[in-house]
Design a protein around this ligand. Sequence first.
Ligand SMILES: *[C@@H]1O[C@H](CO)[C@@H](O)[C@H](O)[C@H]1NC(C)=O
Ligand SMILES: *[C@@H]1O[C@H](CO)[C@@H](O)[C@H](O)[C@H]1NC(C)=O
Ligand SMILES: *[C@@H]1O[C@H](CO)[C@@H](O)[C@H](O)[C@H]1NC(C)=O
Ligand SMILES: *[C@@H]1O[C@H](CO)[C@@H](O)[C@H](O)[C@H]1NC(C)=O
Ligand SMILES: *[C@@H]1O[C@H](CO)[C@@H](O)[C@H](O)[C@H]1NC(C)=O
Length: 783
Amino acid sequence: MWSIIQNSFLLLSPFLPTSLIPSSQITPHEDYHGPLTDGGVWYEAYERARGVVKEMTMEEKVNLTTAITGPCQANSGGVPRLGIPGLCFNDGPSGPRYTDFVTQWPSAFTAAASFDRDLIEERARRIGYEFRGKGINVELGPVTGGPLGRSPYAGRNWEAFTPDPYLSSTLSFLTVRGMQSSGLITCAKHYILYEQDPVCDGPLDDEGGRTGCRDVSSEVDDKTMKELYLPSFAETVRAGTGAVMCSYNKINGTAACENDDALNRILKDELGFKGFVLSDFGATHSTVGSALGGMDMELPGEYYYGQRLLKAVKKGTIPESRLDDMVHRILTPWYASKQDSDYPKVNYQKYDLSDSKEVNGHVFKNEHVDVRGDNAMYARKVAAESTVLLKNSGVLPIKGVRRIGVFGTDADYPSTLSGCGPDLFCLVGSRRRYWNGTVTIGGGSGAAYADYIAAPIEAISLKARQQGIRVDHVLQDDPAHFGSIGWVAYQSEICLVFVSLFLVEGWDREHLRLDKRGEELIKHVEKNCAGEVVVVLHAGGQIIVEDWIDLPKIGAVLFAGYPGQETGNALVDILWGDVNPSAKLPFTMGKSPKDWPRDNLVREMGKGSYPIAEFSEGLAIDYKWFDKHDITPRYEFGYGLSYTNFEFSGFEVEERYEKDRDTVQKTNERYEGQRGLYDTLYVAKVNITNTGKVPGAEVAQLYMTFPKSEVEQPPKHLRGYAKEYLEVGQMGTVEFPIRKKDISVWDVKKQLWKVPHGNFIFRVGNSSRELPLKMTVEIGSSF
Ligand SMILES: *[C@@H]1O[C@H](CO)[C@@H](O)[C@H](O)[C@H]1NC(C)=O
Ligand SMILES: *[C@@H]1O[C@H](CO)[C@@H](O)[C@H](O)[C@H]1NC(C)=O
Ligand SMILES: *[C@@H]1O[C@H](CO)[C@@H](O)[C@H](O)[C@H]1NC(C)=O
Ligand SMILES: *[C@@H]1O[C@H](CO)[C@@H](O)[C@H](O)[C@H]1NC(C)=O
Ligand SMILES: *[C@@H]1O[C@H](CO)[C@@H](O)[C@H](O)[C@H]1NC(C)=O
């Protein structure tokens, strides 16, 4: 365990951890066993990095590992003497944050609901080019499994894809590949086991910020780590991510950013990661501990690296070979992505949308480069493809009506596009600065600015007007307006109710309900509506809907997630059936908070010096918990309706070997047998027929059950999905390649992946609980 006594620091933001560093002895540097990079597939880039590092002074090397003030959200130092610029770092997963003439994309968990690989990769590619166009070298994203989504109460799950490790893994791989195809360097985050924000027990400060906060220590057994929380990061390494961000939490009592086990042993050795590890903002707690623990760069300010790092290297507490390694790791992906020869210069400056800003004597120009191209159209497509139809009596798609009523502040324009300050740090509840207007994205580092919001009321009004439909609206939630809401509802053939849940980094959820008493609004409209009610949910996670879902006039319910700036247009595409809904829930919606494991978010400080989260549910999160404990959810993982119907037939699983072709950087994961861990061993196939009356797409889902001998395994695991668009009456065949890793378990004793022998059951269908076709495959070979 590394760590040394340090002064406490004034941290950057009120919710950031303020814990002191536990003291322990400094281990002599001979103990450093983190692997030094060799560049892997970027060998040429690594050789160039090595060549140039040889020319550098110690001060110059340190400069590259440390943040300086600059135009971006964070900037690292450069070496002007050798023509190496500092790098520009900026959030985040839903588009470039803190700047203008960019696209606010549907957030990751919303896009995940599309279950569409091509769509996700194209979304990523387009986001990548927006970052590139602004001259950003490293995107602080995507969020690839930290959080994964262990608890429905975590306030940042919406920044990530899904709690299912297979879906999250595949989307993480495609997102890194798509984003980096622009020449951008991605930073997979937040590594690792970051499943909640710190526990705070102090009073709110004047700004409404939290005080007395402590980082939580995540305590997870080895098997759960390897099989559940690590796979998405493994996929980002395989896809060639240039950077990884270490997280705020502790792991087994040691901060993630100085965790030798997590960074050196697992990420750099076992996964063979060749790029650099940078710290989350304020997540660095030591100089020597972090450097020897595997952290390569400190952001966003100089607290523990910079002068302190220089001193430690000069003194010999940190070997210079380790400093060289940090710099090799930083420069290798930079050369490999050709940013040294062909990359736009930084042309914006954070927070401020004015034309120039002076910081410490430097003037940073903002050129307002428009990087959007036709991305608005694509963002609209992603949002529509990601809108989940949860319930439908037949009221949707809208047809043959003449009077529509629209209700709720969530249908309206936000009062400003950054109404809660540059971070969109407004919060319902504690800070009493309510987000008003439609919710298109959450707050904190996952937020992205929008240049406009196509509000639902705008898009609905335009569409309705073209069809001669009258639209009345009361865009209020407050019971003070229930009189006029009731009166308008009473005259509407369809009542569209908009409700929301706005989530912000730093504020985990206290309940699973809607903001602003949305349930009351729904019930009030339902009671008064002349026709049927359509509920639109703009929420960043699970919502308990039991209060109202079965009321007689609730005709349809749409889960639209955080759809980004094109929200209203995408919704209209679904409401009128121009796009047939095909999205599926990427998480499980329970009926009661009691459906989830108790206390799977730590809220108490506990008796020690920091709060501890024991991940005692092991592998069984989300649908695997519900399956294991036989709990009937309201809507299961993978569930989502269409305006048409589909039938599955001809399910087969055949042995077919295909060598892995998409790995960029090979991992060092150990496994039994000859075949590679990412080679395909089997292919499952199924036919889908559109048996309904309109064209549409269906997501066929493949689930696998391990042989009975694997007693720790939950009943089933997603192991394939494929989206197929079909005309009326058309049949299509989809294939699911099954890789060796997909049928392997982590053998804790042998410390390797192995294929257990016995009967595997494969099932296919349209959700994790509708799996009509089944096949048993006996596997007796280790391949
Ligand atoms: C550190 O980086 C900054 C920004 O690139 C640069 O201005 C400064 O000269 C660098 N210092 C050294 C010692 O190279
Ligand atoms: C944390 O401790 C548990 C229990 O000793 C161990 O199984 C696990 O591998 C440790 N995790 C890490 C990342 O070191
Ligand atoms: C909307 O929010 C802004 C900014 O917080 C506030 O000034 C305004 O009064 C709010 N409007 C309503 C209708 O709540
Ligand atoms: C899923 O397929 C079953 C038939 O296997 C069908 O009854 C059901 O309506 C479908 N569900 C969804 C959500 O499409
Ligand atoms: C499934 O589709 C294939 C062609 O893609 C066809 O040869 C086969 O007969 C179909 N099976 C069933 C049961 O429909």
